[in-house]
Design a binder for this molecule. Structure first.
Ligand code: NAG
Ligand code: NAG
Ligand code: NAG
Length: 161
């Protein structure tokens, strides 16, 4: 019998570990996760969204809406502008149909349509603005940044796909 190859103590330890992981799952599901945790569970860095989220919703298909205190800008390698309302479609390692985030490049603002990471991770994150994508280091998006109020990010350039 296969079980004979396991010592009883390992068997008990396995049972014990198993029951702990079940308990953790139960207690986790009682606390609703933050949008930052939801990003992380989907293989994306928490710093994609800035501090200042007031409320959000995510449905089973991954459609999400996030509301911030106010429209704002946050500094990364490039500056990002966040509208007060951000929405998109979240799947593992990727956000598509994104609306509400623009990235500054060469003094122009570009609407970001899609964001994704490599799986397995290469340490890079990609921002697609329609015709080109730009890569950044994933580590700069580890934690949510401060975001200073900024109502405009104009002119904005939107490429049609
Ligand atoms: C978040 O709050 C705003 C303003 O109070 C409201 O209009 C919006 O429907 C709320 N959205 C979600 C996803 O809860
Ligand atoms: C979300 O994105 C996934 C993967 O690209 C796609 O299969 C799915 O249809 C999208 N869902 C919505 C609601 O757009
Ligand atoms: C972010 O804002 C908080 C509170 O306003 C401040 O204490 C902190 O120093 C700021 N962090 C950075 C990196 O600017």
């Amino acid at each position: 019998m296969i079980l004979d190859q396991f010592s009883p103590s390992i068997f008990i330890l396995t049972l014990f570990t198993f029951s702990i992981s079940i308990q953790l799952r139960v207690s986790n599901s009682q606390i609703s996760p933050t949008i930052y945790e939801i990003l992380k569970l989907n293989g994306l860095p928490m710093g994609l969204l800035p501090k200042g989220v007031t409320n959000f919703s995510v449905d089973d298909s991954g459609r999400f809406q996030v509301f911030l205190d106010e429209a704002c800008n946050a500094k990364f390698e490039n500056e990002l502008h966040y509208d007060q309302a951000i929405s998109g479609n979240l799947t593992f390692g990727r956000i598509n149909e994104l609306s509400g985030i623009s990235a500054k490049d060469l003094f122009l603002w570009f609407l970001v349509k899609e964001i994704w990471v490599d799986i397995p991770s290469s340490g890079l994150i990609y921002f697609d603005v329609g015709v080109v994508s730009k890569q950044f280091s994933l580590s700069s998006f580890e934690t949510p940044r401060n975001c200073s109020a900024s109502s405009v990010s104009k002119p904005r350039i939107e490429f049609e796909n």
